[in-house]
Design a protein around this ligand. Sequence first.
Ligand code: FE
Ligand code: FE
Ligand code: MG
Length: 165
Amino acid sequence: MGSKAREIVGMDLQKLIEMLNKALADEWLAYYQYWIGAKIIVGPMRGAVAGELMEHAEEELKHAGMLVERIIQLGGTPILKPEDWYKMTNCGYEAPEDHFVAPILEQNIKGEQCAIEVYKKMLDTVKDKDPVTYNMALDILEDEIEHEEDLQAFLADWEETKKRR
Ligand code: FE
Ligand code: FE
Ligand code: MG
């Protein structure tokens, strides 16, 4: 990272890099949870839900890439070992052991709600201190909010279908 670019960050760089790495761990786990969920899901609406899950997986992977780019710009080292995903995650990983549509949607909604909290906290932390990270976190937060909304819409459709049978 350029020295001027580093100078304008008004907070502890190591703390900032750690926060970004923790979010990176979340994104990889979210990516896999969606990706494997899309493969194994069964039940009504499985085609539509699987398509949505796969789209979200791709977006989580894009978020991971954005975080890595910023970590490198700040002079940090992104997580290098998958075992560190588990050590550093904020939101954890929920294995989709029940392959049915509803529990998979519920698990991923929980993950999105955690992600929304993580990026809101990141925005509060870097506000007035690091505009570049702020912009990135805001872009990601907008996606996570959309993800939660999409999944809750599918869950509502499923509940309605159940009622009408
Ligand atoms: Fe994400
Ligand atoms: Fe998401
Ligand atoms: Mg979507």
